[in-house]
Write a protein that binds this ligand. Structure first.
Ligand SMILES: [Zn+2]
Length: 249
C-alpha cells in the first residue's frame, strides 16, 4: 500500500496496519488514519512533575475548592501520558484558527480549550517508538471532523490536520474518604478536572436567604427613618455571617 506524504507529496510505502511512519524523502512524521494521512507531532512538556504538582496545590488552595484541600489532600498516584488529539488549522473570515478535538475518550472537556504552541511541536521520531507514555488514538479523523462540523466549521475551512500527542500529568488524590483525579497540562500547567471537592454553596444560600427575609420583615414592620438604622445593623450582621462562612467553608 502507498500513501501520499502531506508535506512533499511523495508516495510512501506502508505496511498494512501501520499507523506511525516517517516519509523517506522529507522526513516528515506521518500518522495514518482509516480515512486520512496527516502530520504526526509530539508536544514535549516544559514543566516537570514537581512543578505540575505545585500548580495543582495552588489550584487546590484557590477559591473554587473546599477550604484546606491543599493541606489535607493525599496524592496517591501520579502518571505522565502523551494524550492524542486531532489538531486542525482553519481559515475563518481570513484568520487562521486552531481547533482541537480529543482523539481518545476523556471526561475532561477542558482539553479542547488547551492552546497548543505551534513553535513547540516536533515531529514524532523513532526515539518515540516504544514510549509507553504515548497513548494510541481511539477516535477516527472522520469523527473528529464531524464534531467540528457540529460546532459550525465547514470542511473547506480546514487547511491542515495533524495528530498531536500532548503531555499531561495525571494526579490521583484522596480527600476525606473519596478519590478524585486532576489533570495538569505539561506545557501551560493549567489544571483540568471533571469532579473535585468543591466549596459547599449551602451556607452561603442560608446567609443570603436569611438576610433577604430579615430585610423584608423589617421593611414591613418598621417605618422610615428608624428602619434605616435597623437596616444598617442587619447589613453588618450579614457581612459578619458571610465572613465567618467564608473562613469556615
Ligand atoms: Zn515527504
Amino acid at each position: 500500500m502507498e500513501v501520499q506524504c502531506p508535506q512533499c507529496g511523495a508516495g510512501v510505502n506502508v505496511i498494512e496496519g501501520q499507523t506511525f511512519l516517517t516519509c523517506e524523502y522529507c522526513s516528515s512524521a506521518i500518522y495514518i488514519d482509516k480515512s486520512q494521512v496527516v502530520f504526526h507531532f509530539m508536544l514535549d512538556p516544559t514543566i516537570d512533575q514537581p512543578n505540575a504538582e505545585a500548580s495543582l496545590k495552588r489550584w487546590m488552595a484557590g477559591s473554587k475548592t473546599v477550604k484546606g484541600l491543599d493541606k489535607e489532600v493525599v496524592v496517591t498516584k501520579t502518571e505522565f501520558i502523551y494524550f492524542p488529539i486531532w489538531y486542525f488549522k482553519l481559515m475563518q473570515n481570513g484568520d487562521e484558527v486552531i481547533k482541537i478535538q480529543p482523539a481518545s475518550p476523556t471526561p475532561i472537556p477542558d482539553i479542547k480549550e488547551l492552546s497548543i504552541p505551534a513553535g513547540n511541536l516536533r515531529f514524532y521520531n523513532e526515539d518515540d517508538d516504544g514510549n509507553t507514555a504515548i497513548q494510541e488514538p481511539h477516535v477516527l479523523y472522520s469523527s473528529a471532523v464531524e464534531w467540528l462540523l457540529s460546532e459550525g466549521v465547514g470542511v473547506p475551512d480546514i487547511t491542515q490536520s495533524a495528530m498531536v500527542h500532548i503531555p499531561l500529568y495525571i494526579f490521583h488524590y484522596k480527600y476525606k474518604d473519596d478519590l478524585y483525579y486532576a489533570v495538569v497540562d505539561g506545557v501551560s500547567s493549567k489544571v483540568m478536572t471533571a469532579e473535585f471537592p468543591s466549596k459547599s454553596e449551602l451556607p452561603y444560600l442560608v446567609v443570603g436567604g436569611g438576610a433577604t427575609a430579615l430585610f423584608f420583615v423589617e421593611g414591613m414592620v418598621l417605618k422610615f427613618p428608624e428602619v434605616l438604622a435597623v437596616y444598617i445593623v442587619t447589613a453588618l450582621i450579614v457581612i459578619l455571617a458571610a465572613t465567618l462562612v467564608a473562613e469556615k467553608v
